[in-house]
Design a protein around this ligand. Structure first.
Ligand code: BMA
Length: 398
């Protein structure tokens, strides 16, 4: 059965009558995956189709928090270290929702949520892709995402704290429901976005991670999240990205480790991977050349799974913190994606945030800024025919 098209359930319309009446008709046979978006708004279907047609043709460059701050500036009007360096904005914008569930005005990294909404609208209007991550507070203990207390069993259906999980997801729905645009037919639609919940679950550093929860409880958590947002809240604008972390995957058993906790093809649109490990992670002592080989192996194995399952695939998070390699982008990053037909299936790669040096009192950045030793190399990466930034994108939402 085709995954996404089976979702057009009546309950989905509960919250969404006004906003989301663009449910696609259920199809019975497996279509070209470009048509396959979950019952989805027209624009979300178009995004899925567009990413599918770019698969193998291009790598969209993404950057977390790009418009919110850079290494040497904070909350300027419409600015990005990526744009300062290359003259182009990212093709993918990542945003983080941590602390939204607590009703805070700012996320856990000091980004104001209303401004984030304005930047999301602007990035979408610009034609780029929006993706959301969420380092959610533990609904049971109130502790942050990194305090790995085993609590998933208590928040899934039947658990004592299930209602609190719902409240947290309600805050997500309220945030997303305000992100709309007027389409060509004059109808208001939700902005399509890639949501990447419960990421890096094969690691043990988050409370939803391996070792703190059973595989079946993790799967229940994922499925509930998708069903609740879709069926109860009518959020039919979301594509879901699954993103285990490479550092906890054995390359010889890639598929086995990658699919630990996989909620099923019906619940995932994008097979993602978070990979800092093969890109010069401080704890990885293997030589750079060996890391590149491992990067290729990991992306190749992922691309093969995505091909078999006819899913989109991406490097959902990664990069090299502080870019100690001046030629990182052309010698360690891009070659990983160009290596094989399978690695070329990665349709986007998102590097993590450029923390503001003054505000955070440290260096923590993944894209160069003007004057950084890696800036010229990053411009070469931008100019490479396989990469796409905002200025090189086709219309993704039509
Ligand atoms: C991490 C670091 C943290 C940050 C978190 C959520 O990887 O960048 O400083 O708080 O992501 O954005």
């Amino acid at each position: 059965m085709n995954t996404l098209l089976s979702w057009c359930r009546p309950t989905a319309l509960l919250f969404s009558l006004a906003l989301v009446c663009a449910c696609s008709p259920v199809k019975t046979s497996t279509p070209d995956p470009g048509d396959e978006v979950r019952p989805a708004t027209d624009a979300a279907q178009a995004l899925h189709r567009s990413l599918w047609s770019l698969t193998g043709e291009a790598l969209l460059f993404g950057h977390q928090d790009s418009l919110a701050y850079g290494v040497n500036w904070f909350a300027d009007d419409f600015r990005s270290d990526v744009h300062d360096t290359t003259g182009a904005f990212p093709a993918v914008y990542g945003w983080e929702l941590g602390d939204l569930e607590l009703g805070h005005e700012e996320n856990l990294d000091g980004v104001n949520f209303e401004r984030m909404q304005a930047w999301i609208r602007a990035g979408f209007q610009q034609g780029s892709v929006i993706t959301l991550s969420w380092h959610m507070t533990n609904p049971v203990s109130g502790e942050n995402a990194w305090v790995a207390r085993p609590t998933v069993h208590e928040i899934i259906p039947g658990g004592k704290y299930h209602e609190r999980l719902k409240t947290y997801l309600d805050s997500f729905a309220s945030f997303v429901r305000e992100l709309t645009f007027i389409d060509d037919a004059g109808q208001r639609q939700l902005i399509p976005m890639i949501f990447r919940p419960w990421h890096e679950h094969n690691g043990d550093w988050f409370w939803w991670g391996k070792g703190h929860t059973s595989e079946s409880d993790y799967i229940a958590l994922w499925r509930f999240t998708v069903d609740y947002l879709h069926d109860e809240h009518g959020l039919t604008n979301l594509l879901y990205a699954y993103s285990p972390d490479r550092s906890r995957i054995e390359l010889d058993h890639f598929e086995r480790d990658y699919l630990h906790g996989y909620p099923g093809d019906d619940y995932v649109d994008i097979l993602g991977l978070d990979n800092y490990w093969d890109l010069g992670h401080p704890s990885n002592n293997t030589p750079a050349q060996q890391q590149l080989t491992a990067l290729v192996q990991s992306l190749d194995a992922l691309g093969r799974i995505a091909e078999q399952r006819q899913k989109l695939t991406a490097l959902t998070e990664g990069g090299q913190d502080t870019l100690s390699d001046a030629h990182f982008f052309t010698e360690r990053f891009l070659p990983g994606f160009l290596a094989t037909d399978n690695t070329r299936r990665m349709v986007y790669a998102l590097v993590w945030r450029n923390a503001n040096r003054e505000k955070e009192g440290r260096d923590h950045f993944y894209a160069p800024y003007p004057g950084h030793p890696a800036d010229a190399d990053f411009v070469k990466f931008y100019q490479h025919p396989f990469t796409r930034f905002n200025d090189g994108l086709p219309a993704l939402y039509q």
